[in-house]
Design a protein around this ligand. Structure first.
Ligand SMILES: *Cc1c(COP(=O)(O)O)cnc(C)c1O
Length: 430
């Protein structure tokens, strides 16, 4: 394929040659970083393959079960494969875990009892957990069951408040929740290495405390996972990284066998635990998505880095910045105006395989103080390993975007966003 033909193909998608040229020069400079991302993906691909081979994955594991789902050997094998990949004692990987929030809820409520306290030593957890924990009073929250919560924020420079953490651990402290990804906050995302330091310190303060990591958006970004550096539980969503875009639903909980069992007793019923839960024919997608996940995550990471470098060069604040090492797949770009945010999201939408003809508009989404705009054209509804962007329409007008099942799609999305800003005269190119 000649370069000229690729350029013509971009032009046929509506990308101005000046936009393409500007972005191609930046892409050229990212070669070495992309090679490092590829080598992580290569390692993780082997790790996933090894786990599938060691567990003798076979097409009998793709058969559908119904009803109670007793003896679902596909489900049991999937859980062994997850446990091996995460180097954990056991795993609960289920379509009945309907989201990341649900998986976290099950991990927490299965392992906490009235009178216990949860500590977050990394600041406020992800929005949806506020209701779960009861930080925002909510029916059915852990707070209603007599479970208390305490929080220690990161210091202004993003480091751990060691003294504050030590002072907050006491006899009631049962579980420490550590969110790896910044999510949609402005703090730094934690590397697996920083999580290791934090867990080591916590275990020195109180050895029997359960350290749980909210691993959402972090899986396969590095070549090790938090469960390999002391996390007792690691929890995430299958419509993010480890589902590889093919999982249509699901969540996972991996870690110490006792804690995974406690979670399974809460998900199904005390005494039934992991023994029940039909998979209704979803196993093949969950396996195949996991098989693709290292490659998919590498594409999403390249897209995030590409966007950071382009928008940084255009003069916009980006977080993480263009050269920082990555520990999750989320990119924030501060665009300084509502028009720019809307243009950006239109570009992402226009690049989608599904609903590309739809124009995203800001709307008053329930639970938000201001209008929110969302761009997504996904095969799986709400999947954020697929290319998607969202932004609250308020200063400083920051758009968060993530995903892309292939690097080429992520690239087109970002080119389309730049094209929109360019067409509307919001940016000028040299
Ligand atoms: C997405 C996310 C969650 C919640 O997952 P849902 O599947 O959206 O419920 C929790 N924590 C973090 C850090 C996340 O990114």
């Amino acid at each position: 394929m000649k370069k000229k033909e690729v350029e013509a193909a971009y032009q046929s998608m509506g990308i101005d040659p000046r936009v393409l040229d500007y972005c191609n020069k930046i892409e050229e400079e990212l070669k070495d970083r992309f090679i490092r991302i590829d080598s992580n993906a290569e390692y993780n691909q082997l790790k996933v393959l090894k786990a599938m081979q060691d567990n003798r994955l076979s097409d009998v594991h793709f058969a559908a079960t119904t009803g109670y789902g007793y003896n679902d050997i596909g489900r049991d094998t999937l859980e062994k494969v997850y446990a091996d990949i995460f180097q954990a004692e056991d795993a609960l990987v289920r379509p009945q875990l309907i989201s990341g929030t649900h998986a976290l809820t099950i991990a927490l409520s299965g392992n906490l009892r009235p009178g216990d306290e949860i500590l977050s030593p990394v600041g406020k957890p992800y929005d949806t957990l506020e209701g779960v924990i009861g930080i925002t009073p909510t029916k059915g929250s852990l707070a209603e069951f007599g479970i208390t919560y305490s929080q220690v924020d990161l210091l202004p420079d993003g480091s751990f408040d060691w003294n504050g953490i030590k002072a907050s651990i006491h006899s009631k402290t049962k579980l420490i929740t550590i969110q790896r990804s910044k999510g949609y906050a402005s703090r730094p995302t934690l590397s697996v290495q920083r999580i290791e330091e934090l867990i080591r310190f916590i275990k020195e303060c109180k050895s029997d405390v359960i350290c749980m990591v909210d691993n959402c958006y972090g899986e396969f970004v590095d070549i090790i996972e938090p469960s390999q550096v002391g996390a007792d539980l690691c929890v995430g969503s299958l419509i993010k990284n480890p589902g590889g875009g093919l999982a249509p639903i699901g969540g996972y909980i991996v870690g110490k066998a006792e804690y995974v069992e406690n979670a399974s007793n809460r998900l199904t019923a005390p005494g039934l635990g992991k023994e029940v839960g039909a998979t209704l024919g979803l196993n093949a997608s969950l396996f195949q998505g996991l098989f693709l996940a290292p490659q998919v995550v590498s594409g999403a990471l390249k897209g995030a880095i590409y966007a950071a470098n382009i928008y940084e060069r255009l003069g916009y604040p980006v977080h993480p910045n263009g050269s920082e090492e990555r520990f999750d797949i989320i990119q924030a770009v501060t665009l300084n105006s509502a028009e720019a945010v809307i243009a950006f999201c239109k570009g992402i939408q226009a690049a989608a395989p599904v609903d590309s003809y739809v124009t995203p508009e800001p709307w008053a989404m329930p639970g938000y103080q201001c209008d929110v705009i969302m761009a997504a054209g996904a095969f799986v509804q709400g999947s954020s390993i697929e290319l998607s962007a969202d932004a609250p329409i308020k200063p400083p007008y920051t758009v968060f975007f993530q995903g892309g099942l292939t690097w080429y799609h992520a690239k087109l999305g970002i080119l389309m966003s730049v094209q929109q800003l360019y067409e509307q005269g919001i940016i000028s190119l040299p």
